[in-house]
Ligand binder design. Structure first.
Ligand SMILES: [Zn+2]
Length: 143
């Protein structure tokens, strides 16, 4: 099989629904581009909730430093180390908001797992570190 150069696809343009995935398939076929794989990163719900609900962000729009109340808290509670502005929990990172986002994902985006599985290009990685995900993708690409 001839190997072409990789074509990056913007993360903002990744399909999030079946109709979007079908539209992308048609578009790529027109362009003569073949997807190597679709990666399903399988992270337990409680891990996602824990990671996102413990995240805090500097309220200064020019700074936006990211902290984590468990693993990387600011030196002084609630105050940004870099600029001294208040460090806050974003509205979309509360437990209720994350739960809602996960429900939306399960309803609209999770069906893509079956779609890409049927296309024969699904790689599912059960991992909670980006290193493990990258290693799995590299292994699949070199297989
Ligand atoms: Zn700051």
């Amino acid at each position: 099989m001839a190997r072409c150069r990789p074509v990056p696809i913007s993360a903002n343009r990744l399909p999030r629904t079946i109709p979007q995935a079908e539209a992308l398939k048609v578009l790529l076929a027109k362009l003569g581009i073949k997807l190597d794989m679709a990666v399903n990163i399988d992270v337990p719900r409680n891990v996602i909730l824990d990671r996102l609900t413990t995240r805090r962000t500097c309220s200064n729009s020019k700074c936006q430093a990211i902290y984590n109340v468990k693993s990387m808290p600011p030196k002084k509670e609630g105050v940004c180390d870099k600029c001294g502005s208040p460090v806050v929990q974003r509205e979309d990172e509360t437990e209720a908001a994350i739960s809602h986002r996960l429900d939306t994902y399960n309803k609209k985006t999770a069906p893509l797992i079956g779609f890409y599985d049927k296309e024969g290009m699904l790689l599912t990685v059960s991992a909670t570190s980006s290193e493990a995900v990258i290693a799995a993708i590299k292994k699949k690409l070199s297989a």
